[in-house]
Design a protein around this ligand. Structure first.
Ligand code: SAM
Length: 242
């Protein structure tokens, strides 16, 4: 689904690096904490953990992304693994965090159980996902697909109730970030890079449908004429390991 680390950063990184900062605050990450970044991707959250001088480790099933993590963060313990089967012993970490990952897990409940297993009692398990309507860029793409009559899958875990269902009794908050685009073409180019369900859809369109999608997305974003910003809101849940 994800084509390259630079395409990922261009499409989602401009939101996810900022989200990492507020998500790490929400999870209470401090210097010296041993923190596992689950579904680390190209390292948006890992970078924030390293910046805070936490002892970061990363699990990521994509071989290409694990290679990118090793390049960007030499010396961190980055392993090719899915959340459902984490290759670390019980209670190895002070916290396990999954930023924008639970919707992509094969079995999110099993993934969260594994996150709890590798965290020590009293440690923190935290997850977050974009709100279905509150992530303005993805919501505009969804409306574009609907306007064009293109069927689309409904990504799970993008409401408060769904996020809460993964960690019953957790503290839940809506986190907000902003991302900047130099112009509409900047956004369009990042979308047709083919990243994530929205990008896969855009990249799959033939020339005529692509033109119609571009025009409709431009309309959905109120026809920006120069630089603009979009807001991304994400539901975050934080639980203390019993
Ligand atoms: C939207 S990206 C988020 C990446 C990164 N956490 C960030 O915030 O930029 C979703 C990530 O989940 C990874 N992923 C997919 N299935 C997974 C699974 N079962 N367990 C853990 N990660 C998974 C993907 O490879 C991808 O890197």
């Amino acid at each position: 689904m994800f084509v390259s680390d630079t395409a990922y950063d261009d499409f989602m990184g401009r939101f996810s690096y900022r989200l990492a900062l507020v998500f790490a605050d929400f999870a209470g990450v401090s210097a010296g904490d041993r923190i596992l970044d689950v579904g680390a991707g190209t390292g948006a959250l890992t970078a924030e953990l390293v910046r805070r001088a936490a002892v970061a480790a990363a699990a990521e099933p994509s071989e290409a992304f694990v290679a990118a993590l090793h390049r960007r963060f030499p010396g961190i313990d980055a392993r090719e693994a899915g959340a459902e089967d984490l290759p670390w012993p019980d209670a190895a970490f002070d916290g396990a965090l999954a930023q924008l990952v639970v919707a992509f897990m094969r079995d999110a409940a099993a993934g969260v159980r594994e996150m709890q297993r590798v965290v020590r009692p009293g440690g923190t398990v935290a997850v977050c996902m974009w709100d279905r309507d509150g992530m303005e860029m993805l919501a505009a793409v969804d409306r574009t697909r609907d306007a064009l009559g293109d069927a689309r899958e409904v990504t799970p875990y993008r409401t408060r109730a769904e996020i809460e269902s993964l960690l019953p009794g957790a503290d839940v908050e809506l986190l907000t970030v902003e991302a900047a685009y130099s112009d509409f073409e900047d956004l369009w180019a990042s979308l047709v890079g083919g990243v994530g369900p929205a990008g896969v859809w855009a990249a799959s369109l033939d020339e005529e449908r692509r033109g119609a999608a571009r025009a409709e997305l431009f309309r959905q974003l109120d026809e920006p004429s120069g630089p603009f910003e979009l807001v991304g809101r994400a539901w975050a849940a934080r639980a203390t390991r019993a």
